[in-house]
Design a binder for this molecule. Structure first.
Ligand SMILES: Cc1cc2nc3c(=O)[nH]c(=O)nc-3n(C[C@H](O)[C@H](O)[C@H](O)COP(=O)(O)OP(=O)(O)OC[C@H]3O[C@@H](n4cnc5c(N)ncnc54)[C@H](O)[C@@H]3O)c2cc1C
Length: 477
């Protein structure tokens, strides 16, 4: 058995993995509480995942995109806040918030860039061994500038997001070698169609896959491209049976920018500039000279589309759980989210739970002092909001410093979406009420049967464990 001096453990830092907005928020909370912190980030700079969609405009305004403890640190260092009601692009989020935050001395001295975490364990133990593991420090295996190292920590907060691990094109979710061999013709995410990726798409026959906001952003940009280069052909393949199901809340959405996306995509579809394939499940990609033959099932019947020059896939992302093999985690078997969150965010059921506040208790893992937060805590569910992650960070740090009452409080403030979504079962109210729509995070649009204009989110309405265990109660309790 490996013994450890508990004083040694106390002297070790809390390790935050991932310097996205949520990881940096957790670090800010820790620093403001006087805790020792170490931040391990794969990218060359903080916010490396956001850099991949820097050209995209967010639909939540600044006031929802910044963490309060991070703001405190920034203000102490002479920072000037952007206009809280403006909608930043990803680039503006980096330039005006995350990059300045990373230059705050206490953050800068704790931050290790170009540092990829490849494994986490308890000192000298694999995940099977019980004895004394809760007293052992964590050992984090990292690759830093090509060199392998081990970093020790007393607590680990995994905030590595999901955007670096996109889902494949195939509806089955399986990564095949034939898809991998076609990578030059496939873009995963949201390309800068009208900017640096323009040449890739001009005059091409392009298929966009997916029906969330990523795909919608790409389609809208391709629409402008087609205005300038009419030979460009745009096909939009969605699994939903009706394209109307993708339009979302439109003018009823309280986040106007989200609503507008739905209105604009509807106009584009109705203009006839894009060929929409509904009920389309892609089963195979075959190389066809310089192009791709897409095979699939369209409304239950085998179908194929040939001559595709480029595929843009907006089918979401999944968490990287490979480096968590030696810690004890409890993840949902379908969503791959933190287990207790799954009933509230399962896209098969509803999305209204996505704005329900939750904290340390819900996020607690079987491995003591190990947490998964941020986008990664939602696993494959696409409905995460930064503000939710900031509340997760606040609650966990309160718990870590022994302020258990604060850990249980709820400080989350989110825009009143006014609507609650559910697909299988009515949420809170009878189904006879007016149909409304919610778009929860900007990545997913859902049309739902809802009830009245009251929101399912209620700041005073904390998630109790009982509610979380009960899937049917997930929406409004
Ligand atoms: C196009 C788009 C638009 C969005 N718009 C909004 C919006 O308007 N409002 C909103 O609230 N939310 C929005 N979101 C959702 C979400 O808030 C963001 O994705 C946000 O960036 C999530 O923050 P995060 O810190 O959890 O993860 P990320 O921002 O993904 O950060 C994770 C970090 O971890 C690092 N990392 C990954 N693996 C490792 C590893 N093994 N070792 C070390 N470091 C690692 C990455 O490099 C990255 O820097 C949007 C998302 C997308 C994709």
């Amino acid at each position: 058995m490996i013994e450890t001096n508990s004083n040694l453990n106390e002297m070790l830092p809390v390790a935050v993995i991932g310097a996205g907005p949520v990881g940096l928020a957790a670090a800010s909370h820790l620093i403001n509480k006087g805790e020792k912190v170490i931040i391990l980030e794969f990218g060359k700079k903080v916010g490396a995942n956001i850099l991949k969609w820097a050209h995209v405009r967010l639909f939540s305004p600044w006031k929802y995109n910044m963490d309060k403890e991070a703001i405190k640190l920034l203000i102490e260092n002479g920072w000037v806040s952007p206009d809280l009601d403006e909608l930043p692009t990803g680039k503006e989020l980096l330039d005006s918030y995350l990059y300045p935050l990373s230059q705050i001395p206490q953050i800068e001295e704790s931050l290790f860039l170009n540092t990829k975490v490849v494994g986490i364990t308890r000192m000298g133990l694999d995940k099977v061994k019980d004895r004394n593991r809760e007293n052992l420090p964590f050992e984090i295996y990292v690759e830093q500038d090509g060199i392998s190292k081990i970093v020790r920590a007393r607590t680990v907060i995994d905030a590595t997001g999901t955007w670096s691990n996109p889902n494949p094109v195939l509806s089955s979710g399986v990564w095949t070698s034939s898809e991998q061999s076609l990578r030059d013709n496939i873009y995963y995410g949201i390309p800068d169609v009208l900017g640096k990726n323009l040449e890739r798409y001009v005059g091409q026959k392009i298929i966009v896959v997916g029906s969330g906001h990523s795909a919608i952003n790409s389609i809208l940009d391709l629409g402008y491209l087609k205005d300038r280069y009419p030979k460009t052909e745009i096909i939009w393949a969605i699994r939903k049976e009706k394209v109307n199901d993708v339009y979302g809340g439109q003018e009823k959405d309280n986040l106007a920018a989200r609503g507008e996306l739905g209105t604009r995509i509807q106009e584009l579809v109705e203009s006839g500039k894009i060929n929409v394939k509904t009920g389309f499940y892609i089963t195979e990609l075959v190389k066809e000279n310089n192009n791709i033959l897409v095979r699939g099932i369209e409304n239950g019947v085998p179908a194929s589309i040939s001559g595709i020059g480029q595929i843009i896939t907006g089918t979401g992302a999944r968490p990287d759980i490979s480096f968590l093999r030696e810690v004890r985690t409890n993840l949902d078997s379908a969503i791959e989210s933190v287990s207790k969150l799954a009933p509230l965010i399962d896209p098969n059921v509803h999305s209204c739970g996505t704005v329900r506040p939750h904290g340390e208790e819900v996020l607690r893992q079987p491995e003591e002092n190990f947490y998964i937060i941020g986008m990664k805590s939602y696993g494959r569910a696409p409905t995460f909001l930064m503000a939710t992650g900031y509340e997760q960070a606040r609650s966990i740090v309160s718990y870590l410093v022994g302020d258990f009452d604060a850990a249980k409080e709820v400080h989350l403030e989110l825009p009143e979406t006014g609507v609650c979504s559910i697909n299988r079962a009515p949420c809170c109210q009878p189904e006879t009420m007016e149909n409304k729509v919610i778009i929860q995070s900007g990545l997913e649009v859902e049309k739902l049967s809802i009830t009245d204009s009251s929101s399912c989110y209620n700041p005073t309405n904390k998630i109790e464990d009982d509610n979380i265990e009960n899937k049917e109660q997930g929406c409004c309790g």
